[in-house]
Design a protein around this ligand. Sequence first.
Ligand code: HMG
Ligand code: MG
Length: 309
Amino acid sequence: MRQPRVVAGEGLPSRVTIYEVGPRDGLQNEGATVPTAVKTEFITRLADAGLSVVEATSFVHPKWVPQLADAAELLDGLVRKPGVRYPVLVPNERGLDRALEAGVDEVAIFGSATETFARRNLNRTIAESFEMFAPVAARALEAGVKVRGYLSMCFGDPWEGDVDIEQVASVGARLLELGCFELSLGDTIGTGTPGHVTKMLDAFARRGIGADRLAVHFHDTYGQALSNTVAALRWGVRVVDASAGGLGGCPYAQSATGNLATEDLVWLLHGLGIDTGIDLDALVATSVWMSQHLGRPSPSRVVQALAGA
Ligand code: HMG
Ligand code: MG
């Protein structure tokens, strides 16, 4: 298959970690039930393609996200590849109990920068969501489990509109204070643009939070995810979330479409001479295989371009 010509950019890192969210963010919104065995194969193929982090599933309420109700069964049957991280989402202590029983060593809690989305996604106010997260983070850390933080609606909210940058930085800082090793800034509905990304990161830096503790999570609804990624990389961010084949969305935010496609990101990074450790051909083959299971073509431009190449 074709590979991008490498022409190095300036002011960019030599290596980026891609945090793959396809099996979780990608599949949580699927209408049709994806069999557990297909999910297991998806995760295994992603790890074999060189992804070093594959977010496997969520231990949320099964009625809220029925597509991931098989989380325990999935992890039970998953052969974990040495050196690969398989984090899972947990919102509360019940979710943490289930995740610990399944033997996970990394979890992610997920907060909201806006009150409306906190209510819709977690059935809590922002303040109540922190009451819910605090014991989760404390108990996870005590058990030797790493905790990542997500913050949604950082760049806009479908119900509240513009979201104040200082509000985002303030809620994000509180998530980090709970003991998260990293905070992933979510553009849940994909409306952000590069100047906004830079200003957002600056707001975190003013609070003493640097690039080493931040990741970016761009949904690609408005086609801005790649430009926003370049802005974040130039700022110093080294961890970028993406979803194989561009699958995804959030069941509690209707205007969220798929994440930045991992293949589109890999093409960009490799073209810039940035190492990812990922085999693009194997990744594209995985997304083509997955799209056959889902019964529709991948929205990723790179998958579309390379699938027939
Ligand atoms: P709730 O209804 O307020 O729950 O939901 P509750 O605490 O009142 O508990 C009610 C019952 O549910 C209890 O059972 C609990 O045990 C049970 P009962 O005592 O009545 O028999 N329960 C659970 N069962 C299994 N697993 C659990 C669990 N928790 C409670 N974990 C809750 C509150 C947080 C649970 C619910 O709102 C929820 O599950 N929300 C998750 C929504 C979600 O997964 N959204 C998508 C992920 S976020 C996202 O995609 C954004 C992101 O990608 C970043 C970005 O793009 O911005 C991360
Ligand atoms: Mg997301």
